[in-house]
Design a protein around this ligand. Sequence first.
Ligand code: IPE
Ligand code: IPE
Ligand code: MG
Length: 249
Amino acid sequence: MNFKEKINKSFLPRHIAIVMDGNGRWAKYKGFDRLFGHSNGIKTVRQITEAAVEIGLEYLTLYTFSTENWNRPEKEIAGIMRLLVESIEKETPTFHQNNVRLLVIGDLYRLQDDVRAKLQGCITETSKNTGLSLVLALSYSSKWEIIKAFKDIIFDLKNGKFDEDFIDERLISEYLTTRNIPDPDMLIRTGGEVRISNFLLWQAAYSELFFTDVFWPDFTKENFYEMIVEYQNRERRFGKTSEQVSIKN
Ligand code: IPE
Ligand code: IPE
Ligand code: MG
């Protein structure tokens, strides 16, 4: 089955967010170290980014490292950070070739200076690209982001930037790290777990959810395209009735 051909290009999701899970278990089942799973996971990142470029997706957000992942063994964290720096270095020319713009959301101050500098370099270098926006959620968690937004809103409220009647959905969205990024239409999680793990809690309020048992290193372009086809066959009602949303105007 060729799912890519089945995708209706005039009805694409604008934004797909992915919890890339299952690297560690994938490696363990093969008798390798967890880091071997992470380095194979990078190959999938390359494949799925390319798949997103091929269909003309606007935003792809990848949950790369969560706030809670800082609690992992130091050796694993160091290995992930090393892989991150190496990949950014290696992939920057490909980003340009594919007109990809890199964005990062998360608590970047927790990253080591060299990691942050490498990311910042790539963000600046690719900032003029107009194709896919690839958003890495790094040292990110939704609760961290919401706490930060609360603090910033209260600060600006106290300083008279606006009064409390001004606080609405739009304003809160503006104070999140995802400002200027549309909410995800699809949220995918690989690796068999059926949970959100502190990812985009506000933004995914109306996302279509997709779960697969496939571990991230085994996830393919066709798996991705198949989910997009399924997305296009779902009816998003946003609280309305089926009759209301099916009326074409
Ligand atoms: C996801 O894979 C990648 C990161 C969280 C960095 P895991 O490392 O969580 O893999 P599993 O869930 O242990 O298999
Ligand atoms: C979620 O995966 C975070 C990322 C994929 C970066 P985890 O493997 O950390 O999630 P839990 O702890 O199993 O929920
Ligand atoms: Mg996991």
